[in-house]
Design a protein around this ligand. Structure first.
Ligand code: NAD
Ligand code: UD1
Length: 336
């Protein structure tokens, strides 16, 4: 089986490519390096001792996408490519609508042209907006609070329409909760440019003394210790979820939606304390005001993914903390 992975050099894409190659899939990647580094390609090949076919370029470039489908018989597609920074999407909405929607439309048109009808799409728990109940199930009402989230929801709707109009088109939408961690080799991981917005990348930089102190956004939430609770999932587990989705996609009809999370919520302070204990480092922090738009708690009901995909996250919060830090330690030269 040959899989086209859009955005395959990014954080989740690179871990998924490793998992695909280890399971004897052939992998073709398109990535424009807008949020990744070409070194990742070599690292994927080093971890797996397998070769990848790589196209550097933009998924919005229809001629290039046609060439990829002409040169390679693609069986299924996993679509990761897109911009993902919530704050930036509020400041530059058009950049987000243009890239995330245009790239998806181009991909879908070319898939139809080449009669490739199997797609796994990266959506996000952000499409549940502010959930009224927990844990979150796939049939909960959908809404968004920022342009990034709106692009995800719009793409979900486009995919539903396409699969309705063309009965051959099969789509699995995966709604990720909070992916953290890294490949245990320490060769690939999450390495955001500039000052990180998300919690784990910030913690590792404080632990590595690249940043002085973590700001904990609020300690007056309705949670066990007052800090925000999220469903963190190891990126290696998340990657395995994509293999289950590819298998399901071949057998299914229409469109299906699955939460990928562990089902367990941890607070900001749970994560900080575990990180310190597992890695024997200090993560100084101070409590500051809430971040606008943040919610008390968010965690998945992972039952549907377990029952229908056979997917269950196996790695725990200790593994996530250890592997996130290991990646930074192994890549210290590029950080200090
Ligand atoms: P990432 O930014 O690390 O990876 C995305 C990759 O896509 C990058 O390598 C980037 O260079 C590439 N890309 C972007 N636009 C492109 C285009 N037009 N043409 C070709 N390549 C393009 O992000 P990630 O964390 O790996 O996320 C992957 C997907 O999962 C995204 O769609 C994201 O919205 C979604 N997602 C991520 C999270 C998360 O917390 N990381 C959570 C929920 C959903
Ligand atoms: C963020 C995105 C969300 C996306 C998700 C996927 C925002 C507002 N939301 O969710 O759309 O789907 O990532 O990973 O960016 N925190 C601190 N200090 C920090 C950073 C975070 O206390 O420096 C807290 C937050 O208040 C929150 C928790 O840590 O309670 C997790 O935050 P973060 O990693 O940014 O993820 P989310 O906000 O859940």
């Amino acid at each position: 089986m040959r899989i086209l992975v859009t955005g395959g050099l990014g954080y989740i894409g690179s871990h998924t490519c490793v998992c695909l190659l280890k399971n004897n899939y052939e992998v073709v990647i398109i990535d424009n390096l807008s949020n990744s580094n070409i070194d990742v390609l070599e690292k994927i090949e080093k971890i797996t001792d397998k070769k990848v076919t790589f196209y550097e370029g933009d998924l919005c470039n229809k001629e290039l996408v046609r060439k990829i489908f002409k040169d390679n018989k693609i069986d299924e597609v996993i679509h990761f490519a897109g911009y993902k920074a919530v704050g930036e999407s509020v400041l530059q909405p058009l950049k987000y609508y243009r890239n995330n929607l245009d790239s998806t439309l181009t991909l879908l048109e070319v898939m139809q042209e080449f009669s490739c009808h199997n797609l796994v799409f990266s959506s996000s728990a952000t499409v549940y907006g502010t959930p009224k109940k927990l844990p979150i199930k796939e049939d909960f009402p959908l809404s968004t609070t920022n342009p990034y989230g709106t692009t995800k929801l719009m793409i979900e709707r486009i995919l539903a329409d396409v699969s309705k109009a063309n009965k051959d088109f099969k789509v699995i939408v995966l709604r990720y909760f909070n992916p953290i961690g890294a490949d245990p080799s320490g060769l690939i991981g999450e390495d955001p440019k500039g000052i990180p917005n998300n919690l784990m990348p910030y913690i590792v930089r404080v632990a590595n003394k690249e940043l002085p102190i973590l700001s904990v956004f609020g300690d007056d939430y309705n949670t066990h210790d007052g800090t925000g609770v999220r469903d963190y999932i190891h990126v290696v587990d998340l990657a395995k979820g994509h293999l289950k989705a590819l298998e399901k996609c071949l057998k299914s009809k229409g469109i299906d939606y699955y939460n990928l999370g562990t089902g367990t919520g941890y607070s900001v302070l749970d994560l900080v304390n575990t990180f310190e204990k597992v890695n024997k480092v200090e993560v100084p922090y101070k409590i500051v005001n809430r971040r606008p738009g943040d919610i008390d708690a968010c965690y998945a009901d992972p039952t549907k993914a377990y029952k229908e995909l056979g997917f269950k996250a196996e790695l725990g919060i200790e593994d996530m903390c250890r592997d996130s830090y290991n990646f930074i330690i192994k890549n210290k030269e590029s950080h200090n």
